[in-house]
Write a protein that binds this ligand. Sequence first.
Ligand code: SAM
Length: 285
Amino acid sequence: MNASDSELALSKPLEAGLYIVATPIGNLGDVTVRAVDVLRWCEVIACEDTRVTGKLLKHCGVSTRMQRYDDHASDRQRQNLIDMARSQPVALVSDAGTPLISDPGYRLVRDAREAGVVVTSLPGACAAITGLTLAGLPNDRFLFAGFLPVKEKARGDVLAELGDVDATLIFYETGPRLERSLRAIAKHWPAREVAVARELTKLHEECRTGSAAELAEHYSQFPPKGEIVLLIGPPIESAPDGDPDALLREALEYLSPSKAAAKVSKVTGLDRQSLYSRAVELKSQ
Ligand code: SAM
């Protein structure tokens, strides 16, 4: 894009305020026309890492001043940005994707709003949403839960807490931790369908689906590189052809035998009464 394209896209001078600007998650072609306008015409760009954002700015032909910012910044630094945004346009970007989504910005936005500064958000790439659109899992309800904890106990606690959430779960993950997380998921939810969405928008983009155990096996042989979104289909609904015993066991983790039988019956079409008898048996084992 050249400067004249950009001037055409910007219909009026940029007003004062805080602009939350989403940037690409890999493919620089995903930067929006409006994002380039705002980045070009704002007074300062608050960013996590000036080298990372500098590459994007260079690609877009933008030379606006950058200033480091993250949520550990001092109150004074945050206040300075807010004061500036009262009379000038200030942009916030993160290294990649949508600011505030597992990235800095929450405190800045909260304090800016409290101070009466105009805050606006420019939508764009977000790995969680891109993964959700690719995985083919139910998407009418989803819950984004950030990164799974690294420590085994904390990770197990999170999985237990989310076990009965009737929605597709979305986590951010890293290559070195993926197999361990998949093994933990396999233990908690053997019947749920899982998707690993990797290197989204990049050359080696991949989305692989299966049970957590299958995926753990695959990635133990082919250790994954790059950035990862891990998605887990909702309880039971994502495994209509699953083994009824496995479905019942999973449902019994958080439902009574009668409710578990009703749920599995709805998904599989199997007789509810027989499922109930089996659920009672499984519960007592
Ligand atoms: N704010 C970003 C967003 O909107 O997606 C997320 C930032 S978070 C610090 C970084 C994590 O997002 C990575 O560890 C990975 O889990 C996920 N991620 C970012 N880019 C990705 C990509 N291109 N493909 C898959 N996952 C990605």
